[in-house]
Design a protein around this ligand. Structure first.
Ligand code: HEC
Ligand code: HEC
Length: 385
């Protein structure tokens, strides 16, 4: 489902505000904004980009946090953002693929939301989604699949139930002192602000980077070295402080939005991935982008199983064995095909030999990327509990 279709669907409500077209999004890449927002960052992290028309404020963050956990913000009253993005799983849901409010199976695996403020593109493989504001329209108003199920018929009454609520009136007045009444655009902006404000840099690995040598076990230290060496090649795509090469921050003049085919499928022997999950190709139609997905950040990856865009790998051990094999050879069923021979496979996915002890070391390193505080921090928790 393209963002264009969504905007069409919502023409009654959102087109009026007219600020969600991808090309119109302006970013603040100059000085830091005047907002006093606590990003809770280590010194090496540059501030993330904020859209000029939606600067981050604490009051919007708090409004967004309530909306994120509120099931009233859905067609059937049974689903909230938190249904698929659970804090104790680093804002994933533990499912292979989630179901939306109308029972539709989403084609892709739920993603973690921590540090999403820095991702150069959002979602698994969509080059056209570059802001959280654009992305959040999809779960709210999308029909393929239906997630929150807000549509042309029910959106006025859903908005009304929020607008009439005393608590939301207070939160809204604090977030938008000069504009009333509350509209869908405010809801989208506040949700984006909450997500943008979820930062996660309190793992054992972060303590190690900050100078505490004892924060990592010897096994995790060996794993870190393996991760960063030319035999395993992991760091080429999972690089930097976020362990992804798809990053944008305020200090950058040039932003890259890379996508990679890691050789998971090859259903026709010519490189095809199963529909609709053909990666960036699904959006651009370019053959060379078949099966190309954004390298996910590996922070908190130990608590976000199952893995990959379709949740098709259950454990980190299996992920590492798949890379060691240079891709995945599926020998039975309708998805059969030798992903190792996918012609669109990235040149860094070539396979390598690795001992059992080394696999355990890489897993120990990946485990050290979990920010335990993120999982329980009341700042990001359900305000209604
Ligand atoms: C039915 C389950 C479901 C619901 C409800 C849901 N999401 Fe998601 N979310 C997903 C899935 C699945 C993806 C991956 C989407 C894709 O690749 O197309 C995702 C991706 C995202 C991303 C992109 C993260 C990244 O790493 O790029 C953000 C941000 C996000 N969701 C925020 C939200 C917000 C905010 C809400 C509430 C308005 C919400 N989601 C509701 C399942 C859900
Ligand atoms: C060529 C770029 C590239 C290289 C090299 C690479 N990865 Fe990945 N990684 C990706 C992409 C892209 C995905 C998502 C693929 C998909 O879903 O189809 C991914 C997914 C993952 C996941 C699953 C994350 C999640 O949230 O589902 C893990 C774990 C992972 N990689 C670890 C590693 C390790 C360990 C190595 C080194 C052995 C490595 N990667 C090498 C690009 C790369």
């Amino acid at each position: 489902m393209s963002a264009v279709k969504i905007i069409y669907l919502l023409s009654g409500a959102l087109l009026l505000s007219g600020c969600y077209g991808g090309s119109q999004t302006t970013v603040n890449d100059t000085a830091a904004t005047a907002t006093e927002f606590n990003w809770n960052l280590p010194p090496q992290m540059a501030l993330p980009v904020e859209p000029l028309n939606n600067p981050v404020t604490e009051a919007k963050f708090q409004l967004g946090r309530h909306l994120f956990y509120d099931k009233r913000l859905s067609g059937g009253g049974a689903i909230s953002c938190a249904s698929c993005h659970e804090q104790n799983k680093a804002f994933t849901d533990g499912k292979v693929r989630p179901r939306g409010g109308a029972g539709d199976l989403h084609p892709r695996n739920s993603q973690g939301l921590a540090n999403a403020a820095w991702f150069a593109t959002v979602t698994w493989g969509n080059p056209s989604l570059t802001t959280l504001e654009q992305q959040i329209m999809l779960p709210l108003f999308g029909v393929d699949p239906i997630e929150h199920g807000i549509n042309e018929t029910n959106h006025p009454s859903i908005l009304q139930s929020i607008v009439m609520d005393d608590l939301y009136q207070q939160l809204f007045a604090a977030a938008y002192p000069n504009s009333a009444p509350m509209e869908w655009s405010h809801i989208v902006e506040s949700l984006a602000t909450f997500v943008r404000g979820i930062t996660s840099f309190r793992s054992a690995y972060d303590r190690y980077v900050a100078g505490d040598q004892s924060a990592l076990s010897d096994s995790a230290k060996r794993g870190l070295q393996l991760f960063n060496n030319e035999r395993l090649e992991c760091f080429h795509c999972h690089d930097g402080h976020l362990f992804t090469d798809s990053v944008r921050d305020r200090s950058m003049r040039v932003v890259e939005t890379p996508f990679h085919n890691t050789g998971l499928y090859n259903i026709d022997g010519l490189g095809a991935y199963p529909e609709p999950n053909t990666g960036a190709h699904e959006v651009t139609g370019r053959a060379a982008e078949m099966g190309a997905f954004r390298a996910p950040s590996l922070r908190n990856v130990a608590v976000t199983a199952p893995y990959m865009h379709d949740g098709s790998i259950a454990t980190l051990e299996e992920v590492i064995r798949t890379y060691a094999a240079g891709g995945r050879n599926i020998t039975e069923g309708e998805l059969s095909g030798d992903g190792r021979r996918n012609p669109y496979k990235d040149s860094f996915i070539v396979g390598f030999s690795i001992s059992e002890e080394e696999i355990a070391d890489v897993i120990a390193f990946l485990n050290s990327l979990t920010d335990e505080q993120l999982l329980i921090d009341s700042r990001y928790g359900n305000p209604f509990e």
